[in-house]
Design a protein around this ligand. Structure first.
Ligand code: SF4
Ligand code: SF4
Length: 440
């Protein structure tokens, strides 16, 4: 079996052995639940409940603020305690609905169908939208928008991203191992929308048990294949995945649909199936709580809105003082200053690293070794781009294709001078985008 991959990339220590062989544990939240109104790319959702209202699990509590937006649903039953700004993983305060959990877990009645074929394609998209499904691999892009390309007949590949290339994270692996049928049902739900497409379940070859299980389950599915990918970071980045499996290239001015592809993460596909066939909105997540600082690293099935601090308690608390706490993985995650932030639809992991796991970060001068260039999957020159960024030289930054950076972190990871390349390039990229918006 040939292994598919992309150009560039790195091989960081993966840390997955800490959590991959332990069962997923369901967590019942103890404290209040906090539902951010911006858990997705696009317009924030608008509250449709008021302080004092009783809500049920699965009830819509905020409606989309536009087409590129998504509703928010309560994940427990209880009483709306407040609608107020709350801290997010980025340190920003955004409006949120706070629900006091009554511990009864009473649910609304969900309207299921027997099979996806009982619905029209429009109804499928509508149910995905109504179910609040967004990209759960980190981006949070509303899935109903992604599944509504201009010309659905031109989609040739639906790629289920099971690469899970970020070190330490094992939530997609656990889902694929424990409930592979749900992943396949999710892919079939999406394939129903694209008559000319084949479905690929894409998995890195560091999960051979998972590849074998999926291959066995899809062997009589004519439209579905499993694609084994070389284990290399960032194999799961959308552009890397498309290139590895189809040989097609996508740049920052294109959508995957322009290359005939739709890419959805494992959990997004499961959420799409649940929303469409079971009529259940997105209100749970599997979160990997891991790193040497926590006593019992494990995956947890949690209600959206659960405060991160509760997850550390579920994992047995800290066995060592954490040096760094990250929401997400070590390559693309967000360093946390507070654990009082809620789980959102696109949260994936809480990584608690000890001093030994955090490398010394003292920046020194570039030695022109060229390593950052050799690992960049976007084939950029990160050393130069970071210098342009440090000098705020927008023209040179754009000319040297800085806008093609996918913020994967490979350049910073490999740099012997510990230059903060990704950080500089990412900030400059955001500045250019802001300036473009202002001048539009
Ligand atoms: S320049 Fe951007 S895309 Fe290239 S390695 Fe660095 S972070 Fe990744
Ligand atoms: S890897 Fe670091 S030291 Fe080497 S060329 Fe790039 S920026 Fe300079």
């Amino acid at each position: 079996m040939g292994l598919l991959t992309f150009k560039g990339g790195v091989h960081p220590y993966d840390g997955k052995e800490l959590s991959k062989d332990k069962p997923i544990k369901s967590v019942s939240p103890k404290g209040d639940l906090v539902y951010l109104l911006s858990q997705h790319i696009g317009a924030p959702a608008k509250p449709i409940v008021a302080k004092g209202d009783r809500v049920l699990a699965g009830q819509k509590i905020a409606e989309p603020g536009g087409f590129v937006s998504s509703p928010v649903h309560a994940s427990v039953s209880g009483t709306v305690k407040a609608i107020e700004p709350h801290l997010t993983v980025t340190g920003a305060m955004v409006p949120a609905i706070v629900v006091e959990n009554d511990q009864k877990y009473e649910e609304v009645e969900f309207s299921s169908v027997e099979k996806v074929e009982d619905l029209t394609k429009e109804e499928v998209i509508k149910r995905i939208q109504e179910g609040g499904v967004v990209g759960m691999g980190g981006a949070g892009f509303p899935t109903h928008v992604k599944l509504s390309p201009k010309d659905p007949d031109k989609i040739e590949y639906v790629l289920i991203n099971g690469a899970e290339c970020e070190p330490y994270i094992t939530s997609d692996y656990k889902r694929m191992m424990d409930e592979p049928q749900l992943v396949i049902a999710g892919l079939k739900t999406i394939l129903y929308l694209f008559d000319n497409a084949k479905g690929y379940i894409c998995i890195e070859d560091n999960k051979p048990d998972c590849i074998k299980k999926m291959e066995e389950l899809v062997k009589s599915e004519p439209r579905i294949e499993v694609k084994a990918l070389q284990t290399k970071y960032p194999q799961g980045a959308e552009r890397s995945l498309i290139y590895a499996t189809t040989g097609r290239e996508v740049n920052s001015s294109m959508l995957p649909a322009d290359a005939g592809c739709v890419v959805d993460n494992v959990e997004t596909a499961v959420a799409a199936y649940k929303a469409v066939v079971l009529g259940r909105p997105l209100m749970h997540k599997i979160i990997t709580v891991t790193g040497d600082a926590v006593a019992n690293p494990q995956n947890f099935a949690v209600c959206t809105g659960t405060i991160y601090e509760e997850l550390v308690e579920e994992a047995g608390g800290f066995q060592q003082e954490p040096e760094k706490i990250i929401s997400g993985g070590p390559m693309m995650g967000q360093g946390l200053f507070s654990m009082q932030v809620p789980v959102t639809k696109s949260s994936s992991a809480l990584l608690c690293l000890t001093k030994d796991e955090v490398s010394a970060n003292k920046e020194t001068a570039c030695i022109n070794c060229g390593r950052c260039v050799s690992v960049c999957p976007a084939r950029l020159v990160p050393s130069r781009l970071a210098t342009f960024a440090d000098h705020q030289d927008e023209e040179a930054f754009v000319k040297w294709e800085g806008m093609e950076c996918v913020a994967c972190g490979c350049c910073s990871f490999t740099c012997p001078a510990k230059r903060h390349l990704t950080q500089s390039i990412k900030s400059m990229r955001a500045m250019v985008l802001n300036n473009r918006k202002k001048n539009a």
